[in-house]
Design a binder for this molecule. Structure first.
Ligand SMILES: Cc1cc2nc3c(=O)[nH]c(=O)nc-3n(C[C@H](O)[C@H](O)[C@H](O)COP(=O)(O)O)c2cc1C
Length: 325
């Protein structure tokens, strides 16, 4: 018979569910910059700061946003295991969040649907179909982020956004160091991230479309003119996740909010992808915040709609890699 202390401790089968949910979270260049450590009924989310993208993400901001996405998946899975979650955020160190997962919770239908969406969610770097997203779905997707220090806003002034994205696209296309790094993280036929790899972005997931569908700009990515890019943005649904400042807690919250939104969209039969690449150009976020009258600093741009064709899956590390000895 299990004692009450054993009954609250996470069982190996529960840990496997949590690890799988975490591993499927989106991450910058599919770097999966996280590990987990289980202590009784607590799960520490640990940042793998050794994963570096000096050209795309010199400050490690996207790495922390990615950890936030993993946190949202972890919390969702814990609640579906009928555990109430409270999360604490150490101010510094490798442990970026600890989820206390105590038995005694009944997940609602929406939570279950988001959990089931974890395995289906993929980055959809393609055009969306012309089928409109219903008002009900738009409201639910916008509301799903629900993080105290994050605002998810539908951007206005899309002409300004189009012009700025066009500018960023041209800058990234012409940056050899950036392009070298992106190639190293694109699974093709060479390098340590070649096909069969456990991380990186598969060639098939990138496609050959232009912005905004092409999430990552490569040398050969077509650049539409600003007017056409603006027209394409107007045909999509966009949410910009903003925070007041740039603290680690805010980056985590932006990632968690975006991941929950993405799961809600997936649960409703929609597809989505995120853009952060342009936000890494020096001074870009501040100018964008001003021109789009955003309520804070943009951390992630999320686009969603009905898909025309399913997006290919991306690889993941073995679950054993998630759990340090
Ligand atoms: C913080 C963050 C930044 C990202 N930035 C971009 C981006 O700028 N462009 C893009 O196409 N995808 C971006 N992605 C999506 C990742 O490349 C994607 O999640 C990863 O390759 C795993 O693929 P999946 O989402 O299909 O599981 C980003 C994801 C995260 C979490």
């Amino acid at each position: 018979m299990r004692t009450s202390a054993q009954a609250t401790a996470l069982a190996p089968s529960e840990i496997a569910v949590l690890a799988r949910a975490m591993s499927r979270a989106p991450s910058v260049h599919n770097t999966q910059p996280w590990r987990m450590r289980v202590r009784h009924s607590d799960v520490d989310l640990i940042e793998r700061a050794s994963v570096a993208l000096p050209s795309h993400d010199p400050e490690g901001r996207d790495r922390m946003v990615s950890c936030g996405a993993a946190l949202a998946h972890l919390q969702t899975a814990a609640r579906v295991l009928c555990r109430a979650t409270t999360t604490t955020y150490p101010a510094g160190g490798a442990v970026v969040a600890t989820v206390h997962a105590e038995p005694g919770f009944s997940p609602d239908h929406a939570e279950l649907a988001r959990f089931h969406a974890i395995g289906r969610r993929r980055s959809h770097r393609r055009w969306f179909s012309a089928e409109p997203v219903s008002e009900v779905d738009q409201k639910a997707v916008s509301a799903a982020g629900g993080e105290t220090c994050v605002c998810a806003v539908v951007p206005r002034h899309l002409g300004e956004l189009g012009a700025m994205l066009g500018f960023a696209t041209r800058a990234f296309r012409a940056d050899p160091a950036y392009q070298r790094e992106l190639r190293a993280w694109t699974a093709s036929t060479f390098g340590s991230h070649a096909s069969g790899a456990e991380d990186g972005v598969p060639e098939a997931a990138l496609g050959s479309e232009s912005l905004p569908a092409a999430g990552l700009v490569r040398r050969e990515t077509p650049v539409p003119d600003d007017a056409r890019l603006t027209a394409r943005l107007e045909a999509e649904h966009l949410l910009v996740f903003c925070t007041e400042g740039d603290s680690r807690r805010e980056h985590l919250a932006a990632g968690a909010g975006c991941a929950r939104t993405w799961l809600e969209a997936t649960a409703r039969g929609l597809a989505g992808s995120v853009l952060t690449q342009p936000l890494h150009l020096c001074g870009f976020r501040e100018v964008l915040a001003e021109r789009l009258a955003l309520p804070g600093l943009p951390q992630v741009i999320f686009r969603y709609g009905h898909s025309l064709a399913p997006a290919p899956p991306s690889p993941r590390r073995p679950l054993a890699d998630l759990l340090p000895d």
